[in-house]
Ligand binder design. Structure first.
Ligand code: MIC
Ligand code: SF4
Length: 646
């Protein structure tokens, strides 16, 4: 039997295990990336583990999420990150140089390589044939120290593309269509491998829009084969020599197949407040729009902004709508500026912004209360824009430009006298590289920590008895934005866990942190897909700091589940009846000797809720169990180093 493309790359990097679905495998990591809001913990953990040098081929530290400096905290974080990159041997991308995924794809992403990143949209370079996975910060730390990355072998699903996109339908509509069909849970435990005759019509940047937003399906990653389009892109970014042809075997065996006929697609839009609430744009046409933002790691490339510039050229954006363009990288801004497009957009009424994540996580450009904001981003979780009563829609740059012109949601096919701009790549991506500092040009050679940078909290070894109150009962699809929001007032404490913990789950219940501290232990209870969304390990680290010992959920999102193990919180799966039987405030007790049960491989645990007994499951590998028993990955890694006499 032939191999899928995913299996070929995994095989090339396999250091432990077999490529059998559900088996734990260890793979070698070639490249790592981290960014400013997850990176401080990454380096503090690197230091705490006693590591002294980056071991991967490429390690890159980006400063992209929070580039506005409101006071010293964020500036201190960036200075610390520059010093860590210099001290340990990573590339450093300065604040303002652009979003990690955009800058990484321009400079480092390469076919056939593996990439691990402490950001959930790390799969972006899957569009170039790189096997790229998002993970919690400490997993990235360990990989950067040279250890393999372990995951359960996912199912491999073929997404077969047929036909070609019609005018005004875009790559964004391909992924919105998949979200419409499969939902935000549809990709959990899966790698989506794109196949079929429709692939060749998509340029590499279009493919990267699709692989980027595969994260919203919950997929482990998404990947395209490589071909002339890949080679063409690599040549245009000046790295043609890194091209390798990668295709699945003709008789490759997939676990499942989904067929998308590109020629059937039309402009789509995700309505508030989940990326899978997708409908045709025509269904919501006419809704007035107060804000339009073009940018983000999904649609912030030169090729995403050029169509907007062309649609707005010599026209005037609606006076009722504020239109913001924030490119994904400084390189894209620089190129658009040199070609005169920035001036064209400004003349049309665009507020041209710096290359940053910013508005995507509620930092800057917060919409007006209860207004409609249309964005080319990938997430529209309630409150993520910075206000609770937001109404954020997600769409392609073309649909965003149509709304900017008309002041209301508009199917671009109904625009008078505006031609479909199509997709156009520049001859050469030729922005200057002054903001990317290579390890051999490093500015610092020792760590610089400001007063906002605290220590990494460590949990003790797992206990034998775990009991406490069900401190909070939550519904399905709780996001990490609910657990630890990313808005400015909260994000600035990412390097200061005691302070940050005060905000834990405050979006669900603002008394939670106080109650948890007072209770000194206890449980969280949740429905399906708990912890979906970002990779932020703070969503496990802060509950740990507050004393949470276990989470009972109907199912967990992949990265958050790993983060719970990494910070010594026991993640138990419960069925719907058990979920229904638990009320907030109930007393919960794990009847088993927890340490013994976890380390001996026991799967079924008895949980007593107000005297009644239920079964909960711990589905975990031996490695995950030993990490949990040690109280988390930091202690576990140190113990391992001691045992091996290092
Ligand atoms: C996000 O899109 O939610 C983020 C902010 O990029 C996060 C990372 C973080 O929390 O810093 C992600 O996607 O992992
Ligand atoms: Fe940044 Fe938004 Fe992309 Fe996250 S999803 S990396 S916040 S642009």
């Amino acid at each position: 039997m032939g191999q899928t493309l995913t299996e070929k790359i995994l095989d090339d990097h396999l250091v432990e295990g077999e490529l059998e679905t559900g088996e734990e495998i260890g793979i070698e990591i070639d490249q790592v990336l981290t960014q400013d809001t997850t990176g401080t913990m990454v380096w503090l953990q690197f230091e705490a583990m006693g590591l002294d040098e980056v071991q991967t081929e490429i390690a890159a530290q980006y400063c992209d999420h929070q580039t506005y400096q409101f006071d010293f905290k964020n500036t201190d974080d960036h200075r610390f990150l520059r010093s860590a990159a210099g001290t340990y041997g990573a590339h450093f991308s300065r604040p303002g140089n652009g979003i990690c995924h955009n800058v990484h794809r321009e400079n480092f992403a390469a076919p056939g390589k593996t990439l691990l990143g402490s950001d959930s949209h790390t799969p972006t370079p899957g569009g170039l044939g790189e096997l790229a996975i998002g993970a919690g910060g400490i997993d990235v730390t360990v990989a950067m120290g040279g250890a393999p990355y372990y995951i359960e072998m996912p199912e491999i699903v073929s997404v077969r593309l047929e036909g070609e996109l019609p005018e005004w339908a875009t790559a964004k509509d391909v992924i919105l269509e998949l979200l419409r069909r499969l939902s935000v849970k549809g990709g959990v435990g899966k790698i989506l491998e794109y196949t079929g005759p429709g692939v060749e019509s998509l340029t590499a940047p279009e493919r990267m829009t699709i692989t980027n937003m595969g994260t919203e399906l919950g997929a482990t990653t998404s990947i395209f084969p490589t071909d002339e389009q890949t080679e063409d892109y690599l040549e245009r970014v000046g790295r043609g020599d890194e091209y390798v042809e990668l295709q699945p075997d003709d008789d490759a065996d997939y676990d499942d197949e989904i067929v998308v006929d590109l020629s059937d697609l039309e402009p789509l839009i995700a309505t508030p407040s989940m990326p899978d609430n997708v409908v045709p744009v025509s269904e919501v046409e006419g809704e007035s729009v107060e804000q339009v933002i073009v940018g983000s790691c999904t649609n912030g490339g030169y090729e995403d902004i050029l169509p907007v510039a062309k649609m707005l050229e010599d026209r005037q954006t609606s006076l009722e709508t504020e239109t913001i363009v924030a490119p994904g990288s400084k390189q894209a801004s620089e190129m658009l500026a040199r070609e005169g497009w920035v001036a064209e957009m400004m003349a049309a009424g665009v507020n041209f912004s710096e290359a940053t994540c910013g508005a995507c996580i509620g930092i800057g450009h917060v919409p007006a209360s209860d207004s409609v904001s249309l964005r080319t981003f990938n997430r529209n979780f309630e409150g993520r824009s910075g206000i609770e009563d937001d109404n954020v829609y997600l769409c392609s740059p073309e649909v965003a430009a149509a709304a900017a012109l008309e002041g209301e949601i508009t199917d671009p096919r109904n625009l008078d006298d505006v031609e479909a701009p199509g997709v156009e790549l520049p001859d050469e991506y030729d922005g200057s590289k002054t903001d990317l500092i290579a390890p051999d040009e490093a500015v610092d050679d020792e760590l610089i920590k400001g007063p906002n940078i605290g220590d990494v909290p460590i949990r003790d070894e797992l206990g034998t008895d775990i009991s406490g109150e069900a401190l909070l009962k939550m519904e399905d699809n709780i996001t990490t934005d609910h657990i630890i929001p990313a808005t400015q007032d909260i994000l600035m404490y990412r390097s200061n866990v005691p302070k940050l913990s005060e905000f834990t789950l405050s979006r669900v219940d603002d008394t939670f942190a106080d109650r948890a501290l007072e209770a000194d232990g206890g449980f969280l209870v949740a429905g399906e897909n708990y912890g979906q969304g970002s990779s932020r390990e703070h969503a496990a680290l802060c509950p740990m700091y507050l004393g949470i010992e276990g989470v009972l959920a109907q199912s967990f999102a992949r990265i958050h589940r790993a983060n719970l193990f990494n910070f010594g919180i026991v993640p138990l799966t419960i069925d719907e009846d058990t979920y229904d039987s638990i009320d907030q405030g109930d007393d919960i007790e794990i009847v088993d000797d927890v340490y013994e049960a976890v380390t001996s491989g026991q799967e079924e645990f008895t949980v007593r809720v107000n005297g009644e007994e239920f079964t909960a499951t711990l589905d975990a590998s031996e490695r995950e169990r030993s990490i949990l028993a040690a109280g988390g990955k930091l202690s576990w890694t140190r113990d391992q180093a001691e045992d091996s006499g290092a």
